[in-house]
Design a protein around this ligand. Structure first.
Ligand code: ADP
Length: 474
């Protein structure tokens, strides 16, 4: 079985969020199951600057809305890079200084079409696995070109980002005009790229079983619940894992001291180190960590609104993230007010992310919706108890105290400031007064299987079904 995994970001080459982690780890696990799996991504400026030794593989050209489009293809190990300097040799991946690039449709239509061309050049691809709106046009091109020998799996990592563009840009796509229809790619007069991924793929997955059900409801469907219900027969949820070699407290070059469930003394060293890095007082109260995109989805506003109360409980907070400028601003003001107890770093910092996961006692993740979420799994692996809402992947991956056997975290009943504060109070009580229980939950969390193996097996069997179905149709 040969798979071509198409993604707009792949760690460590380019990362803005969980998609990059998935695109790095899942292919490795699929290979360990015996599949051939190559990955393809754009050749961004950050990769060019990193001076990696890239091998020139081939050149491709195709007819597009711009006339003839051309790209050089390079490789590094099993990752292919599509080069087009006009589109990808710039600072930022999808946006710059908080503003989306105005030519994103053209950029990712080009990349998607180039992925299809690469599959054709490789000649032996059975499955193309594409991800999110940036590569959702891949199955549309496969369909338009009549390439019946390749099956397409499409994964929705976050329904909030659908790739909606003005219909005047349609000619750039170079797709049959019939596709601009409400049942296919039209969405209230605009172009909706994600819809193409759902309509033209042979299988659609999303990144947790709960999210697969949620997105078919008006509350979580982001305007597409009815549309998704009509495709429910090909929609499944497969939970993400984390790369347990990158996130391994016993073997992590970015943290002050290694530790394990058996010997947690190193975690105390990591906590001191984190306090020092963020200029926090060396106190022994609970330390809450938060890493992520500072957007409504993640419930950042809820954390901001109870920050004074958290600090008043004698706790400390370490925040790393970037996103909406109002939240960045609020957090900066709060950190000035709570010097020594609140550390805020605005930006993207892999090293600090590891330090926070290792040094904190609890991890705040009060998301309003969460397709899967990786941070709660990373936290569990580092013995940092996740405090999570009951949505999507948070529901599927964290057993909260009081909700089942072997709890691994704490639940926030609803995404409201008061429920979040209740959960924080519960955490403080656990930390100060129920030390034995705290240790048990921490051990459960660290022993929980958060790796990719079982999910990769599910993808493998899905691909097998897709191939068998295609063969039968022949
Ligand atoms: P998302 O919705 O952003 O994909 P996930 O929890 O699935 O959220 O994955 C986020 C990934 O990105 C994690 O590996 C997390 O550590 C990382 N991350 C997010 N923000 C930052 C940041 N500011 N600095 C470093 N890593 C970050």
């Amino acid at each position: 079985m040969r798979i071509l995994f198409c993604s707009s970001e792949v760690a460590p080459y380019a990362k803005t969020g969980g998609l990059a982690d998935v695109s790095a780890a899942l292919p490795v696990e699929l290979r360990s199951l015996g599949a051939g799996c190559d990955v393809v991504m754009p050749l961004y400026r950050s990769v060019k600057k990193s001076r990696l030794e890239l091998k020139h593989v081939t050149n491709i050209s195709f007819l597009s809305g711009q006339g003839i489009s051309r790209a050089r293809v390079f490789s590094h190990g099993s990752v292919y890079f599509i080069e087009n300097d006009l589109y990808f040799n710039r600072d930022g991946y999808y946006s710059y200084k908080g503003r989306d690039f105005p030519d994103n449709l053209e950029r990712y239509a080009f990349f998607s079409r180039a992925c299809v061309e690469l599959a054709a050049a490789l000649g032996d691809t059975d499955i193309i696995h594409c991800n999110d709106w940036q590569t959702a046009l891949v199955p549309a091109y496969i369909h338009a070109l009549g390439m019946t020998g390749i099956s397409v799996c499409y994964t929705i990592h976050n329904l909030a980002y659908q790739g909606i563009f003005d219909s005047a840009l349609w000619p750039l796509l170079f797709l049959p005009y019939e596709y601009f229809h409400p049942d296919i790619m039209e969405y209230y007069g605009s172009i909706n790229i994600l819809k193409a991924g759902v309509v033209f793929s042979d299988a659609v997955t999303t990144v947790s079983p709960s999210y697969a059900l949620e997105i078919q409801t008006p509350e979580f469907g982001a305007g597409l619940d009815g549309f998704l219900r009509s495709f429910s027969r090909k929609l499944t949820g497969i939970v993400n894992g984390i790369d347990t070699r990158v996130w391994d407290p016993l073997n992590d070059g970015s943290i002050a001291h290694s530790f394990s469930a058996e010997d947690l003394s190193g975690k105390a060293v990591c906590k001191r180190d984190l306090q020092q890095r963020l200029s926090l007082k060396k106190n022994d109260g609970p330390l809450f960590g938060l890493i992520g995109r500072l957007v409504d989805q993640k419930g950042i506003d809820l954390v901001i609104s109870i920050m004074d109360d958290i600090i008043a409980l004698g706790a400390q907070v370490a925040v790393l993230g970037s996103g909406d400028s109002r939240y960045e601003q609020d957090l900066r003001s709060l950190s000035a007010r709570h010097k020594g107890n609140l550390g805020v770093v605005i930006g993207f910092d892999e090293d600090l992310a590891h330090s926070i996961e290792a040094g904190a006692d609890f991890f705040l993740m009060p998301s309003r919706f969460e397709p899967c979420g990786l941070n709660q799994m990373i936290s569990m692996r580092y013995g940092t108890l996740p405090i999570v809402t009951r949505v999507g992947g948070l529901k599927d991956t964290v057993t909260a105290l009081g909700e089942g056997e072997n709890p691994t975290g704490l639940r926030v009943e609803r995404p409201t400031p008061s429920d979040l504060l209740d959960a924080v109070r519960r955490a403080c009580m656990l930390f100060h007064e129920q030390k034995a229980l705290f240790s048990v939950i921490r051990r459960n969390a660290m022993q929980k299987d958060v790796g990719w193996r079982s999910s990769a097996i599910q993808y493998y069997s899905l691909y097998t079904k897709m191939i068998n179905f295609r063969e039968r149709k022949r």
